[in-house]
Design a protein around this ligand. Structure first.
Ligand code: SF4
Length: 255
């Protein structure tokens, strides 16, 4: 897990520095732009921690899109949420590296519950199973890392996942770029919020196991057009179709 942590750190640092655009321009330097909100000391609505978490998550997503090395934790598409939120919190709260690494074990534990009862596959259950699962794992890990109880940690996971239920997978041109990268950035902020709520004593009415089962059920009910096929949602907007054209993908028949 120490190695996993190191690769996460490297991906964030490289992602923040890299200014070049990916093919089709869907990943550029948005991590850098987000991070500048801190450097310039601008007035922001989010706390510096949340901004850093968002920038770090976007950095990982951009690095992934530009074929850099990331940790698929739990998947490549959802790889920004966990390092973004955990490493930003570790830095801002001046916590030890060991605490962050332990938090990754907590995230893994939540991931195992999801893997056993449902899936991480967007082709089976949409983005709720990728970025959604990542936010649940991150929320629990953050809660453990800040000294919360196991009950508060799993409750944070339930709060996080409940609010990602139904999230479809609709990447433009089928590439893990748009909306994936920014979904990771905002997913990291979402995880911070779920952890704060749980620490405040807000309880999820539906327990985590049941939320995971609901995710599975929603995945079964979801149209295949919204499961990684790039045949619906954002992928078939005017902009999405232009990307398809540029990529010389077959035209989609409208129904
Ligand atoms: S939209 Fe699809 S490809 Fe992109 S992160 Fe979500 S699940 Fe992965």
């Amino acid at each position: 897990m120490t190695r996993v942590y190191q690769v996460m750190q490297e991906a964030i640092q490289k992602g923040l520095k890299d200014k070049k655009s990916s093919s089709f321009g869907m990943a550029s330097d948005n991590a850098k732009l987000s991070f500048k909100l801190l450097e310039k000391n601008q007035k922001t609505l989010l706390s510096p921690l949340a901004i850093k978490a968002m920038a770090y998550a976007i950095a990982t997503g951009e690095h992934n899109c530009k074929m850099g090395r990331i940790v698929a934790f739990p998947t490549a598409g959802g790889s920004g949420v966990i390092p973004g939120s955990i490493i930003a919190t570790q830095e801002e709260w001046e916590l030890s590296e060991k605490k962050a690494i332990n938090a990754l074990f907590t995230a893994t534990g939540i991931g195992l519950i999801i893997a056993k009862q449902s899936t991480f596959s967007a082709a089976k259950a949409g983005c709720q199973a990728e970025v959604g699962a990542a936010t649940a794992m991150a929320a629990a890990a953050l809660t453990e890392m800040r000294g919360g109880t196991p009950q508060q940690a799993i409750n944070a996971a339930a709060l996080a996942l409940k609010n990602k239920l139904g999230l479809v997978c609709d990447p433009l041109g089928g590439l893990v770029a748009v909306p994936c990268i920014k979904r990771n950035g905002l997913g990291a902020v979402h995880a911070l919020g779920a952890s704060d709520l749980s620490i405040a004593g807000v309880k999820s009415f539906v327990p985590f196991d049941e939320v995971v089962q609901a995710m599975n059920n929603i995945g079964d009910l979801m149209s295949e057009k919204l499961k990684e096929t790039a045949l619906g949602g954002l992928a078939t907007t005017k902009t999405g179709l232009k990307i398809r054209e540029k990529m010389k993908l077959p035209k989609i028949k409208k129904r």
